[in-house]
Design a protein around this ligand. Structure first.
Ligand SMILES: [Zn+2]
Length: 197
């Protein structure tokens, strides 16, 4: 999970002015759909909490999605994989080695950017301040399992759900008779499923 500014999400590029986005956020907040995460402590970048209507909307969409793509299809099986898995999986998949981006930080406003996505890697697009030299940064969300924070206990919150399918395929096979071979179907934040072919 990356906590840096993503230019793909730049609201100007999406043809919505900041004032329009502010109005949309204000309306969604007022109606109880979505709130900025940790707001009374100044917020936390890229985190949001679903309000009373928002959580109902989210759950309804998840239920509809699950019905359409899992229950209504005879060849699809559901799987709800763990958020944390053995870090050897992310080494084997190439995520530890390959999912790194060159990151720069503004010395003035401290926003972070991917250097390879900037037109000018020396100037901050937010405030025109000076940027630091690029540092390689792994975009996965690090955490530690257990009481010590050393290399042996380091792991990551899953950057994708597909690996749960791969590592559980031999578990699912014997309990679901229609599985002959695997094809990846799907993603919702907490769920993955396997489709037989
Ligand atoms: Zn700046």
């Amino acid at each position: 999970m990356a906590l840096y500014y993503n230019q793909d999400m730049d609201i100007d590029k999406q043809s919505l002015s900041p004032s329009v986005m502010e109005k949309i956020f204000a309306l969604a907040k007022r109606r109880g759909f979505i709130y900025p995460g940790s707001e009374i402590y100044g917020g936390l970048a890229n985190t949001y909490d679903f309000g009373p209507l928002g959580v109902e909307l989210k759950n309804n969409i998840k239920k509809l999605w699950w019905k359409r793509f899992v229950h209504d299809r005879s060849e699809v099986y559901g799987l709800d994989g763990g958020i944390i898995v053995n870090p050897k999986i992310w080494k084997a998949s190439g995520h530890v080695e390959s999912f790194v981006d060159p990151l720069v930080e503004c010395k003035v406003c401290h926003h972070r950017f991917r250097a390879d996505q900037l037109k000018d890697s020396k100037v901050c697009p937010n405030c025109s301040g000076e940027l630091t030299e690029p540092k390689m940064f792994n975009g996965m969300f690090k955490t530690f399992v257990g009481a010590t924070e050393d290399e042996g206990s380091l792991t990551y919150l899953r950057p994708e759900t597909a690996q749960n399918i791969f590592v559980n395929f031999s578990n699912i096979g014997p309990s679901c008779s229609r599985i002959l071979s695997s094809v990846i179907l799907a993603t919702l934040p907490d769920n993955v499923s396997v489709r037989a072919s």
